[in-house]
Design a protein around this ligand. Structure first.
Ligand code: AMP
Length: 113
């Protein structure tokens, strides 16, 4: 996988508002927030998109979800938040390093746009 914007954030080559980090993942605020809380949770492992994950990534994916839930609680919105994964250009993916959008702090409609 080629170097993406998000691998540059992991390597601290470009700045980001980082809210959480551990050995497996990093979370930082989206530069173009779509809700009062809009945080991206990404694996440090360079996986381009969800459809690229392998069997061996199962626990990593679980870790990303539990981390997103923990961060939602830390931000004060543990009871109501939305997680979004855009997989592929037609689904709205623009950065090809797997990321979970954590959105909170407002009401969300369904179906999503
Ligand atoms: P997606 O369209 O699902 O690939 O989401 C990519 C997200 O990355 C968008 O919500 C962008 O606003 C966000 N983004 C792009 N560049 C940066 C950056 N330098 N720091 C934080 N978020 C970014």
């Amino acid at each position: 996988m080629s170097d993406t914007l998000f691998s540059k954030i992991i390597n601290r080559d470009i700045p980001a508002d980082i809210v959480y980090e551990d050995e497996l993942c990093l979370a930082f605020r989206d530069v173009n927030p779509q809700a009062p809380v809009h945080i991206l949770v990404i694996p440090k492992k360079p996986i381009a998109m969800l459809s690229d994950v392998a069997e061996e990534d199962q626990s990593l994916l679980g870790h990303l979800l539990t981390t997103a839930s923990k961060i939602a609680k830390q931000e004060g919105f543990g009871g109501a938040f939305r997680l979004v994964v855009n997989n592929g250009e037609d689904a709205g993916q623009s950065v090809f390093h797997l990321h979970i959008h954590l959105l909170a702090g407002r009401s969300f409609g369904w179906p999503p746009g």
